[in-house]
Design a protein around this ligand. Structure first.
Ligand code: SAM
Length: 311
């Protein structure tokens, strides 16, 4: 939920990002010389310059308009928590006036990826000239729309466990592409079925975005499963690597794999797979893209929300 502290917090964050940017830009160029995949340079440079190509800005303008429309909707939700073999699952369901705890505004502005990181996702997908993009966690479809609006008009498949949110995601995707698909159901079921379906038609995943079920075991399992269906050159993006100790441990494990080049961009962890290229390398830009700490303020708020959901 928005609080009075949000505005000063945003201002501090913006000032910090501007102060750190020149240092980050220089560190990035050194890392590129040292082997960080150059194809990621435009996306990573954007984090420091704030400048995106006109087409990306145009897409962002449309998507931010969609976000504003969803935020203004009257529907409200509550989270229902259930247990699974891969850790607790939290899914939004429609709520009445008396038990509503999550507004449409909260889903669109706080749960969904903000504009800066949405444009970054868009530029990452451009960098891999993605034809097939798999997303785990659509919410209301903001990140899906950022992916779907890249120039290659990719097939975007997004998995979402909450039926009312999947409906909204479908509308968001349809507003920018006729090649989007929202698959409704628990990841534990839909991921394998979806990957098998892609395999039947010989479609490989160029870019995957894991943005839901942020538990250590779940994250490791999903990345392992997706990695068997990747194109020769591919990218897996993990959201919220600093969210909890468990997510941080998952990132540490995955980023030290011998078959990937790992880039810690702060909010996101990037795992680059490039067949025939030396792997087993790690690059860290987090200290230049914001203030990231394992289990910070967001973790505290989420822990409180979870306790309330279970009550
Ligand atoms: C952080 S939100 C996704 C935000 C979205 N990617 C964006 O930035 O616009 C995570 C979503 O994943 C869904 N989710 C979480 N765990 C899930 C699971 N085990 N199966 C299916 N959906 C799940 C939630 O319902 C939620 O909508």
């Amino acid at each position: 939920m928005r609080t009075l502290l949000d505005v000063p917090r945003r201002m501090v964050r913006g000032t910090m990002e501007r102060l750190l940017a020149p240092f980050g830009a220089r560190a990035l160029e050194r890392m590129i010389e040292d082997g960080l995949p150059a194809r990621l340079a435009p996306a990573l440079r954007f984090l420091f310059s704030g400048e995106a190509p006109a087409a990306a800005e145009e897409a962002a303008c449309t998507i931010e308009g969609l976000r504003a429309q969803i935020a203004a909707r009257p529907e409200a939700y509550r989270f229902a928590v259930s247990d699974s073999a891969l850790g607790p699952v939290r899914l939004a369901e429609r709520a009445g006036k008396t038990n509503a705890v999550v507004t449409s505004d909260h889903l669109a502005t706080s749960v969904s990826v903000p504009k800066r990181w949405g444009v970054f996702l868009h530029l990452c997908a451009e960098a891999f000239d993605a034809k097939t993009i798999l997303e785990m966690g659509a919410c209301v479809g903001i990140s899906s729309a950022y992916f779907a609006s890249i120039r290659s008009r990719p097939h975007v498949i997004t998995l979402e466990g909450s039926p009312p949110l999947a409906l909204l995601a479908r509308e968001s995707l349809a507003a920018v592409s006729d090649r989007g698909e929202v698959i409704v159901g628990a990841f534990e079921e839909t991921l394998v079925v979806t990957l098998d379906r892609l395999a039947e038609t010989g479609e490989k995943v160029d870019v995957a975005f894991v943005d839901g079920h942020h538990e250590e075991a779940a994250t490791l399992h999903y990345v392992e499963t997706i990695s068997r269906h990747l194109a020769g050159t591919a990218l897996i993006i993990l959201d919220d690597i600093y969210l909890y100790e468990g997510m941080w441990r998952a990132w540490q494990t995955l980023s030290s794999g011998s078959s990937v080049i790992a880039v810690n961009a702060g909010r996101f962890g990037l795992l680059v797979y490039e067949r025939g290229r030396p792997a087993g390398r790690r690059y860290d830009l987090a200290r230049y893209t914001g203030r990231w700490r394992v289990g910070g303020e967001r973790a505290r708020i989420l822990a409180e929300e979870r306790a309330r959901d279970r009550a």
